[in-house]
Design a protein around this ligand. Structure first.
Ligand code: FSX
Ligand code: SF4
Ligand code: F3S
Length: 362
């Protein structure tokens, strides 16, 4: 009989205390809050260990790197140690025929039950020769592993939307995986995605056996429902028309808005300004650099990184990705200066007063 996840933990020497620590952290990571602890605990006590295949195609492995730096070490330890990560070119000890056997056995013995996590785009040019593993093309491997999977997750922008691999002129024909397989794909974009967001998706799927709520681009709503701009701590400066004009000017020191330095936060859906990186320490804008829009489709081709958006839809904070949909990244409507200055004169006055006092460096 297959072991439950908790039974597997016991076999590995985890205590009941470890178990509850894990359940509390997993509930937090999955966004369930304190009331979710018993839900996680009961799932863990009953649920069989799910088998996981973690595939690597055209990518830089930074998605794996990001995952390994999640803020909750116990969640990471348990997930990597107790769950059956049956195939991962980066983490597995097996190689060659032994590795291929593990892949094939997982598919054969867990039909309809295993989870596939895919890192990287798939090259379809020149019959797929640009990415081959064990003599097979990435595309044929993807088709094989996806066929009987319970769920397929696209880790990062490469797998979700092509990212740098598909940047013009895309010589290898790099293609996001949702275009190649005949089943829904959970997209977790970002180059790389935020570790805690990856952890939340894995916790939902593997621990609770649920797909998290998704938006119209199949991204977990909880993390991709808002623009970076909507919750950016520099937003009051934007609204007041207070901008950095060059990276070493006084306004940069004061922490003004980076819009004029090319910040793509206003057209980028990601949780960076809320969840942040490195255990909630910081995110690109907090370290003084604009958002380059790394979670948006085609961001490498969406214009120069340091050139500001000519204009963008002036939607309010309450707008969601579902409502705006395909408009993201497309320049329309009124210019930003008009929006920021004319419509926010009162705010500007207040903010300007605040900024007369010295602002902490960022
Ligand atoms: Fe892509 Fe993952 Fe960019 Fe790298 O491996 S999303 S190149 S940071 O990280 O696939
Ligand atoms: Fe923050 Fe960039 Fe928006 Fe300015 S433009 S408020 S720096 S996200
Ligand atoms: Fe990427 Fe922008 Fe976040 S560049 S890491 S989406 S702030």
């Amino acid at each position: 009989m297959s072991l439950s996840i908790w039974q597997s933990m016991q076999q590995k020497g985890y205590t009941r205390r470890d178990f509850f620590q894990f359940c509390a952290a997993a509930a937090t990571v999955a966004g369930l809050g304190p009331s979710g602890v018993s839900q996680v605990a009961s799932a863990f006590e009953k649920k069989e260990k799910p088998a996981v295949l973690w595939m690597h195609f055209q990518e830089c492995t930074c998605c794996s790197e990001s995952f390994l730096r999640a803020s909750h070490p116990i969640v990471l330890d348990v997930l990597l140690d107790v769950l059956s990560l049956n195939y991962s070119e980066t983490l597995m000890a097996a190689s060659g025929f032994q590795a291929e056997k593990s892949l094939n056995d997982t598919i054969k013995n867990n039909k309809g039950k295993y989870i596939v996590l895919v890192e990287g785009a798939v090259p379809t040019g020149a019959d797929g020769v640009y990415c081959m593993i064990g003599g097979k093309t990435a595309e044929s491997i993807l088709q094989t592993v996806a066929r009987d999977a319970a769920a397929v997750v696209a880790w990062g922008s490469c797998a979700s939307n092509g990212c740098v691999q598909a940047a013009k002129p895309n010589p290898t024909g790099a293609t996001p995986i949702y275009k190649l397989i005949d089943k829904p794909v959970i997209n977790v974009p970002g180059c790389p995605p935020i570790a805690d967001v990856m952890m939340a998706v894995v916790t939902h799927l593997l621990v609770l056996g649920q797909v998290p709520a998704l938006d119209n681009q199949n991204r977990p709503k909880e993390f991709y429902g808002r623009r970076v701009h909507d919750t950016c701590y520099r937003r009051p400066n934007y609204d007041a028309g207070l901008f950095v004009e060059s990276f070493d000017d006084e306004n940069a020191r004061k922490g003004y808005c980076l819009y004029k330095m090319g910040c793509k936060g206003p057209v980028t859906y990601n949780a960076c300004s809320v969840v942040k990186w490195n255990e909630g320490t910081s995110y690109p804008i907090q370290s003084g650099h604009g958002c380059i829009g790394c979670s948006e489709t085609g961001f490498w081709d969406n214009g120069p990184i340091y050139q500001h958006l000519p204009s963008f839809p002036g939607f309010g904070v309450e707008s969601t990705a579902d409502k705006i949909g395909g408009l993201v990244g497309i320049a329309t409507v009124a210019g930003v200066a008009a929006h920021a200055v004319v419509t926010n004169v009162r705010k500007r006055k207040v903010i300007a007063e605040v900024h007369e006092e010295d602002q902490p460096e960022v």
